[in-house]
Design a protein around this ligand. Structure first.
Ligand code: UGA
Length: 449
């Protein structure tokens, strides 16, 4: 990390202490800005003040504690005070999907309204920044709400500054960004925003408001497309007897393609890709420029789980009463987040077919149990114990510790020696040496002689 010390530290408000708001606010404080994080959930604010962090994210808790004690980071429910004292106000509230895939912007609208209620011409210039993932042209609507409802002629610019952090590596993504995208239609706002990011020493992409909003939807959809592309290739590999890992390596070494996000598996999940692909499809439809390619991205993602279940049934015949161990509940490694997790979807399907499922996750036991309420699933507190008497072990999340597991010990615990690796995570040869039949995605099944 190469940080330039902040000479002009600024007063920043972050509205919303979800994943994006909390990590962004903390990292801004870490580089020297004075940050106040606002949330209307009193209990959450009190917990944060006491140093209790509601999410698991590597390095976040330590960073929050050190910045709070240095006096650069604070938490409040008082939006009015934050708007009064801060130069820049970041909106980082949820933008969940509606049933039809369109984006629910009611939280953004309501925060814009609250800002309008408290902002006055006497306060001077303010920049309002959209951090949440929003459809193109939301920024203009935020501006309209503030201009319409504020008392008097307030001096405000609205900026789009999408985030590209990944859960599980949010702090490091924020502290070392590939690029910072700032979409502003005024030079004054752009200059202030560049001051905020000066300490991060990252390339800044200066664009207009609408282009910045589109960059976020287009980036996430493209990454989802990459994953679906390699998953579609994995299906061909299975039929052709080829190896998708080798194919990914071969195409990924072309710099124009790159190896990142070409890991075949059970498909993408999480709070971003499924929602953002849907959101982008919806926005494009509304604009009359349909992104039909993204419908196929979604279709491939769903089929990936169906194909996996089909292969499981082929192996075990009927799933009813079969003892199945599942490693992983989180939607990916290094997080306790189970939103839209493929592991959870898989377990629900197994339960629906009458299987007896025991699952283990290093961090998502609690969140996973809540997501599986009403399903008869046992959550183990040890990854080896999880496999006791199992007829099959499924790897559903790409946690490193699963890759490092002692497979001889696992073999001793299980009733039958069968692994279905839904993330191509384990070392196939090791599984084979431990006596397993090893099934994975887009590769030949390995069977002991
Ligand atoms: C994603 C983007 O990567 C971030 O850049 C973006 O800021 C964020 O959404 C957001 O919009 O807030 P995230 O959802 O945290 O980040 O997680 P990813 O690491 O992108 O993984 C998403 C899903 O794709 C996971 O289920 C993961 O298992 C799956 N995946 C990822 C694959 O199946 N194969 C891959 O090669 C990579």
């Amino acid at each position: 990390m190469c940080l330039i010390p902040v000479h002009n530290n600024m007063n920043l408000a972050i509205i919303g202490t979800g994943y994006v708001g909390l990590t962004t606010g903390t990292c801004f404080a870490e580089v020297g800005h004075n940050v106040v994080c606002v949330d209307n959930n009193q209990a959450k604010v009190e917990a944060l003040r006491e140093g209790r962090v509601p999410i698991y994210e590597p390095d976040l808790e330590e960073m929050i504690l050190s910045n709070v004690s240095a006096g650069r980071l604070s938490f409040t429910t008082e939006l009015a005070k934050a708007v009064k004292t801060c130069d820049i106000i970041f909106i980082a509230v949820p933008t969940p999907p509606h049933e039809d895939g369109s984006v629910d912007l009611s939280y953004i609208e309501s925060v814009s309204h609250e800002i309008a209620d408290v902002i006055t011409p006497e306060m001077g210039y303010r920049v309002i920044v959209d951090k949440s993932t929003v459809p193109v042209s939301t920024g203009s609507k935020v501006y309209q709400v503030i201009a319409r409802y504020a008392k008097g002629n307030v001096d405000v610019d609205v900026v789009s500054n999408p985030e590209f952090l990944r859960e599980g590596s949010a702090v490091s993504d924020l502290m070392n960004p590939d690029r910072v995208v700032i979409g502003a239609d005024s030079q004054r706002a752009m200059d202030l925003m560049k001051r905020v990011y000066q300490p991060f020493n990252a390339p800044i992409v200066e664009v207009d408001l609408h282009s910045a909003e589109l960059i976020k939807h287009a980036a996430n959809s493209f990454l989802a497309l990459k994953i679906s592309y390699i998953n579609a290739v994995s299906a061909v590999c299975e039929k052709a007897g080829a190896d998708v890992e080798l194919v990914a390596q071969g195409i990924g070494m072309d710099k124009r393609i790159s190896r990142h996000f070409l890991n075949a598996g059970l498909g993408y999940g999480g709070s971003c890709f499924p929602k953002d692909v849907k959101g982008f499809i919806n926005v494009a439809d509304q604009l009359g420029a349909p992104m039909t390619i993204l419908k196929e991205v979604e279709n491939i993602n769903e089929q990936q789980l169906e194909r996996f279940l089909k292969r499981l049934r082929k192996k075990l015949w009927v799933l009813r009463k079969k003892r199945i161990a599942v490693w992983g509940l989180a939607f990916k490694q290094n997080t306790d987040d189970v939103r839209e997790s493929v592991a959870i979807k898989l377990i629900k399907r197994l339960c629906d077919e009458g299987a007896c499922v025991t699952a283990y996750d290093p961090k998502a036991a609690q969140t996973g149990a809540a997501a599986l309420a009403g399903y008869d699933v046992t959550i183990a507190d040890d990854m080896y114990e999880c496999t006791r008497d199992a007829e099959i072990l499924i790897v559903a999340t790409e946690w490193k510790q699963f890759a490092m597991a002692n497979l001889v010990k696992v073999r001793e615990m299980m009733r039958l020696p069968i692994i279905f690796d839904g993330r191509n995570l384990l070392h196939g040869e090791n599984a084979l040496h431990a006596g397993f039949e090893y099934h994975s995605i887009g590769r030949k099944t390995l069977r002991p002689q």
